[in-house]
Write a protein that binds this ligand. Structure first.
Ligand code: B16
Ligand code: MG
Length: 216
């Protein structure tokens, strides 16, 4: 039986990718090169420092560790300036209804995100009270596709991995869920997320019947 649902944040609950994109683009432009929307796809679900490494490789630029830390801080300051203006209207369709449904059904809810800003974002969206456990980029040492973030979530909820369902929009996240022995619902397109047990367009397409079908 499904006893817990673990949610990725960016791309599942809210589209923060667009703010990451503007912040990274500004940083790239200041260093004298362009950063496209297509490039941005490579940063989804990836940690901040790894994202910076990818960005610098696109610009063919080498930096010392110290310079990288300064650049990552600068990017995060830009990103935060956008995030702090967000409100509940930016919650992706169906999210709140689905969280309410889970609550009503007694299914536990946790967050499993690579972002170090996850707490701030959930606060802005006024969704914090739904989450019994929040595992974010400040609490994990191994990035997805390592299952650490979801295993810690399951442990915090006291639910066995096989009774957990993970909702993910990134391939690395789907791999992480499967590596952890969990069920996975891909949010997005079948061609990218085909390894998931079920793929839906968004949380607005989820219901109890689909969730229960994952038991079989
Ligand atoms: P931060 P998720 C991820 O969130 C984003 O998809 C990824 O693009 C970002 O680089 C990462 O968080 C780190 O974010 O700079 O805020 O720590 O999809 O795992 O919820
Ligand atoms: Mg994501």
């Amino acid at each position: 039986k499904v006893k817990a649902c673990l949610f990725d944040l960016d791309g599942v609950i809210v589209d923060t990718a667009k703010y990451h994109y503007i912040a990274w683009k500004e940083l790239a432009n200041n260093m004298g090169f362009d950063f496209t929307l297509e490039d941005n796809e490579r940063l989804k679900g990836v940690s901040r420092m790894t994202s910076l490494d990818i960005l610098l490789s696109i610009g063919n630029i080498e930096k010392s560790e110290e310079e990288k830390l300064a650049l990552a801080t600068l990017k995060n300051e830009k990103y935060l300036s956008y995030i702090l203006k967000m409100g509940p209207e930016e919650i992706l369709p169906g999210t709140r209804d689905f969280l309410e449904l889970l609550k009503k059904e007694g299914i536990k809810i946790a967050l499993g995100s690579a972002s170090k800003n996850a707490m701030t974002i959930l606060e802005r969206l006024e969704l914090t009270p739904y989450f019994e456990a929040i595992i974010d980029g400040t609490k994990v040492s191994k990035a997805k596709p390592d299952p650490e973030v979801f295993l810690k979530g399951a442990e915090a909820l006291g639910v066995a991995p096989m009774d957990c369902v993970v909702f993910e929009d990134a391939e690395a996240g789907v791999d992480a869920a499967l590596a952890g022995g969990m069920k996975c619902v891909g949010i997005g397109k079948e061609d990218v997320l085909g390894k998931a047990h079920l793929v839906v367009e968004g949380l607005h397409k989820m219901d109890m019947q689909k969730l229960s079908s994952l038991n079989n």
